[in-house]
Write a protein that binds this ligand. Sequence first.
Ligand SMILES: C[S@@+](CC[C@H](N)C(=O)[O-])C[C@H]1O[C@@H](n2cnc3c(N)ncnc32)[C@H](O)[C@@H]1O
Length: 251
Amino acid sequence: MLNMPRTVTAETLDGLAEGDPSAMRSRRDLQRIHWLMGTRGIMARALQRLLASRPPTAPLRLLELGAGDGSLMLGVARTLGAQWPAVEITLLDRQDLVTRSTLDSYASLGWTASSQVVDVFDWVSTPLPGMHGLNTRFDVIVANLFLHHFEEPELVTLLAAIESRTRHFLVCEPRRAGLALAGSHLVGAVGANAVTREDAVLSVHAGFRGKELSALWTGDPSFWTLSESSAGLFSHCFLAKHSGQGRAGSP
Ligand SMILES: C[S@@+](CC[C@H](N)C(=O)[O-])C[C@H]1O[C@@H](n2cnc3c(N)ncnc32)[C@H](O)[C@@H]1O
């Protein structure tokens, strides 16, 4: 098991239309799986750690890549609560999944949320037009259950774009390990449908461990502090923080 190589296989959910009933059901399953994985708490604690040195009242511009329906970060926003400053969050996904009601729920917490429907590699390949448009820089970029969709060459491209557009990056992915694989085979026990049952296993095989994401990060090591480790029972998280002067994040 320790030598389980990383294999990326197209997931069933990614091939289904937004309104397909089994896709809608699978996205609801994902919320239960987040509960089992403790994702909300893991992300909230990691964000607090990543941004601990920022002035507590400084407004925050946050981007989530592969945000899905936006419900995960809404849960994180609820966990972080009123102690957090005004947050402007952009929910980027290639599918149009964020509802008006979800945006309103963010607003009720004092967060300003908007969705951006674009393939992440179009976002990557659009040149930085100063501080405007798709590529406006962000104080922090987050992703959850997203990077495992991609092979290493795509990851290098994506991480390089992230590195040039923020000073703080946080990602949580499936941990490629025996316990996570066993858990992924059991998601049917919490009522997950066939799409979720299949994708859960595929996502663990495409997950990460060790310092695999750090090895793909091309940011100048004299400016970037990296941290990569397991989190909870099934997750693997990577944090990157820029310090000092340099080209990343703000000018
Ligand atoms: C497993 S879901 C995770 C959703 C959310 N982050 C969560 O944890 O609940 C992966 C999401 O990535 C999106 N996605 C996959 N490939 C993408 C791409 N190339 N560009 C943008 N979004 C993509 C899918 O549409 C899907 O919503």
